[in-house]
Design a protein around this ligand. Sequence first.
Ligand code: PLP
Length: 424
Amino acid sequence: MNTSRRKVLKTLGLTALALPTLAQQAAASTAMPAANDPQYWKKIRSQFMLANDKVFFNPGTVGVMPKIVVDKMTAHARYLAEHVADWAYKDDNKEEFISGYNNLLSIRTKVGKLINAQVEEIAMTDNVTHGISYLANGITLKPGDEVLTTNQEHPGGRGSWLVKEKRYGVLFKEVTIGKPIKNAAEVYNQIISAFTPQTKVLMISHMISGSGAILPVKEICAEASRRGIFTILDGAQTIGHIKVDVKDIGCDAYAGCFHKWVGAPAGTGFMYVKQDKLKDIWTTVASARWDNHEDEGFRFTQRGTGNFPVLKGLDAALDFLFEIGPDRVYERIKFLGARLRTGLRQQPKVKIFSPADEAMCAGITVYNIEGLTGAALQDEFWKRGRMRPRASGEVFGVRHCTHIFNSEEEIDKALAIVRALANS
Ligand SMILES: Cc1ncc(COP(=O)(O)O)c(C=O)c1O
């Protein structure tokens, strides 16, 4: 038995008796295909437990966990149920038992690597709503100060600011942007020209969930910073989907999650705040370290008893992503998304609400067919192809996401359904 296998088993608290089944399971779960294997993506698909007779096009809501994620999470849940009495509490390895009190350095380091941040700049959260709430509650603003956002933000990004507006008289101002957005210059100008001397915070999505548009956040943040505006990006739709480099973007804060595009268990997210801005953010959920600034990310990560098996799943999901290679994942997602959009553009009765500029798109495409509602289109996909994109309201049809567990054939079958519906 090699050292790392022995370490894994020890972490899981497993005895030699459990070894054969676990070793077989692990071998089956982690056998990644070679990068140049022509069957590469088919073999990657087989790493997911997703039923073969169903097609999932909705990781924009919640993703699909690879088998290794489920295995690691359930093995740890089982371990806790059987061996919690082993926990002497004073031991330094107590982080294996409950999360919420420990610094989670290992996972925070992996998250930092993914988005190019220092570990102290990363706090673990349960989701994006928590991350944005920590920021909205933690930033000191006075009545009359403005928070600028777009008219296309998710309630999880907006809610905490609306509370702040009602409670403290801060103004939450929404600027209207296109759907579809024509190009980067258009949305840049709309946002920049809405800044006023009262604007103290800018909070926008890096990728708009209702259209899949990637905003020119680097340019927008640069102009906001020049005016002394604190910049926050909602990255619910970007992590594991497109490259995110917070240093290159230059934002002050970023909130993301892993349960959509990274394939981690639900209830996993993070908040990034730039080192020199962290000390000024008050914590919302407070425990012993509420005012301890030695490791700022830990100050927010310490948020009361949490679910360690879920973090084991997250850890495995991040390893899975790094093993394939994030860039390769982003390219594949975009390749499939572009294939879908190319096919849709050939259909005169199809209206696309994602940007026409491919540089602003990746794996999310929002479209409708003349005469249909989103709900009707969603139902047709299920009835005709056991395919699951997500309805996007009366007008905007469906939000159709592509990911590495999808194939070219699935995209082509979806396009055939669209063609049939458009011609019926
Ligand atoms: C842009 C955006 N922000 C925030 C959220 C909320 O994310 P969470 O459920 O992780 O809090 C979503 C979820 O779809 C989203 O798309």
